[in-house]
Design a protein around this ligand. Structure first.
Ligand SMILES: Cc1cc2nc3c(=O)[nH]c(=O)nc-3n(C[C@H](O)[C@H](O)[C@H](O)COP(=O)(O)OP(=O)(O)OC[C@H]3O[C@@H](n4cnc5c(N)ncnc54)[C@H](O)[C@@H]3O)c2cc1C
Length: 532
């Protein structure tokens, strides 16, 4: 049989490995779609039950769709090598097809073990490019063009029939201890490819009008934002499918009145930019596989000297800091698995600049809470919002300013911090400024029913900002920042820098890369940090 090893690509449409397996199945052998829930992944400090539960819900929806096409899919639990070995003993595997996975170090190591097993058993394993990420890229200069050409290529249709293997049947061996995702968080998202496309359509047909107006408001963005991230992260939607839908929407715009056309252009262009940033960030992880533990500018981290402190961490992590708007954001994230970009940035920035906490532990905590956890974006953003790259500006969010900007009347605070529901609006952003008499009159006692601020925000943040600028002046930090910029910085801004180079375009390699033992050495040698 031919195996399609599903990882973060739980869909039937725009699935190159599936099409390759169908072609291979012309030899008379059927194909098996395989999803492995790996205990090793579950044991990672950045992975939570929510991630597994959402993936499994989508895997189950896919299994149903596969069954409807006469095909076979198995959801197995275990180490990938063990599962492949077991299945190979039941029905011999002729080929394995999968997408390239850009993940943290453990996933590269697992892929190495799978490669070794394939080599020992003489089974060819072919990996196909995923989204806009280009593997074995020598430098970033030509990446943008490559990504755009990939997005412009046709999306593959979902196959109508899937020839099954001879001896294996569909099985859902999902672990019973994983609770349904919608008991872990309250979310409007429903699993499966059809739901994902419906969600995409509702956004590009209608919801986009509220995209920019609500983008940073924690109360209204859950409805105004696309909320597609969870589908893209688990691969129920490919980035190319989203890009194609954007193109179709732009074409449709010609039929609209000028005023509506302008609303569409503004909102859909902003959305499209973000979709392209996604690939840019995941491309970073392709060569920085230890982004979750190692700073890309270690000299800057040393200079900053941030220290772990469990009391501060726990208050931050559970939404008990004593800053109402911050606590409301953290609690709403814990309850729903999602919060908008600006609030994610604020949560991490407060941890780093104001609470002086190291980024690794807080980054893991946030990763576990996000239903849309995507390591490439997440760790890049964690570094940026903590001010540890050396190439981004110092941006330390003030909780009180965000509170006044995005929740002037305190409604969001009252929803998520009910113990402050009775606080009058003039005090809702800084309830500790209420007199003891006023607190007693409304039944609130700062320090008892709601915490006193964990630190003086203004003082601590000012100190954090000063420390960040001081660290950036260090010579070794500067030297490293220049190297980081050359390797990862946005190519769009290069023209403004004296070091800029004109970029040339070359034909991208769009063909799938067979993973052969002979390639191993060159893969290991690539860029020094590249794991394969
Ligand atoms: C500290 C921090 C951690 C983050 N971690 C993640 C993460 O784990 N997974 C994740 O998908 N996004 C992450 N983001 C980026 C962003 O906040 C989310 O993509 C966005 O909020 C998802 O909601 P949406 O789908 O409605 O986004 P939209 O605004 O509708 O954007 C559409 C798509 O573009 C991509 N996108 C949006 N913003 C960004 C961005 N700034 N950088 C790269 N791609 C972007 C996402 O795939 C998103 O689904 C993080 C941001 C910060 C500041």
């Amino acid at each position: 049989m031919h195996v399609v090893w599903l990882k973060r690509d739980l869909r039937l449409a725009d699935h190159a490995p599936l099409h390759a397996a169908l072609d291979a199945a012309d030899d008379g052998n059927g194909l098996l779609l395989l999803y492995v829930a790996e205990p090793e992944r579950q044991a990672q400090p950045d992975v939570s039950d929510l991630h597994l539960a959402w993936d499994l819900a989508n895997a189950r929806a896919l299994l149903q769709a596969v069954d409807q096409r006469g095909g076979t899919m198995r959801i197995e639990v275990g180490d990938a090598v063990d599962v492949l070995d077991r299945l190979n003993n039941v029905e011999p595997i002729h080929t394995i097809q999968s997408h390239e996975e850009t993940g943290l170090m453990w996933s590269w190591n697992r892929d190495r073990r799978v490669l070794q097993w394939c080599t020992e058993h003489g089974i060819p394993w072919t990996e196909h490019a995923a989204n806009g990420v280009v593997r074995r890229l020598k430098n970033r200069d030509r990446w943008n063009g490559m990504r755009n050409r990939r997005m412009a290529a046709d999306a593959l249709p979902a196959p109508v029939a899937l020839p099954p293997p001879q001896k294996l049947e569909s099985v859902d061996a999902s672990p019973e201890w994983v609770p349904p995702y919608n008991t872990i968080v309250t979310t409007p998202l429903k699993p499966g490819e059809m739901e994902a496309h419906r969600w995409l359509d509702t956004f590009l047909d209608q919801r986009y009008t509220r995209y920019l107006p609500t983008i940073s408001n924690p109360a209204t963005s859950p409805e105004g934002s696309s909320r597609l991230s969870a589908y893209i992260a688990t691969g129920v939607l490919s980035v190319r499918q989203v890009v194609k839908a954007i193109t179709a929407t732009r074409l449709r715009a010609n039929q609209l009145r000028a005023e509506d056309r302008s609303v569409l252009a503004k909102n859909v262009n902003a959305f499209a930019s973000r979709v392209s940033w996604r690939c840019h960030f995941v491309q970073r992880l392709e060569v920085e596989t230890t982004m979750d533990t190692t700073a890309i500018n270690p000299e800057l981290c040393t200079q900053l000297g941030r220290q772990d402190d469990d009391t501060r961490f726990q208050a931050w992590a559970t939404g008990q800091t004593g800053w109402p708007f911050f606590d409301a954001c953290m609690r709403s994230l814990i309850a729903t698995g999602w919060i908008n970009f600006r609030m994610r940035a604020m949560l991490q920035s407060v941890a780093a600049y104001t609470l002086n906490l190291p980024w690794q532990r807080t980054g893991q905590h946030l990763a576990k809470l996000f239903i849309d956890y995507e390591p490439g974006i997440h760790w890049s953003q964690i570094h940026m919002q903590s001010g540890v790259t050396g190439i981004n500006s110092v941006r330390a969010y003030s909780v009180t300013k965000q509170s006044l900007d995005h929740d002037m009347q305190g409604e969001f605070i009252r929803t998520w911090v009910p113990e402050l529901a009775m606080v009058p609006t003039p005090y809702i952003h800084e309830p500790w400024t209420m007199s003891t008499e006023m607190q007693a009159a409304i039944g609130v006692s700062i320090g008892t029913t709601y915490p006193t601020p964990i630190v003086d925000e203004s003082e601590a943040r000012t100190k954090g900002i000063a420390a960040a600028y001081a660290a950036k002046r260090n010579e070794q930090v500067n030297a490293r920042s220049a190297a980081v910029y050359t390797k990862h910085g946005s190519r769009k801004q290069r023209g403004r820098r004296p070091t800029s180079r004109r970029t040339t375009t070359a034909k991208p390699s769009t063909t799938a890369q067979p993973v052969r033992p002979s390639l191993q050495r060159s893969l290991l040698d690539f860029e020094g940090t590249h794991p394969r």
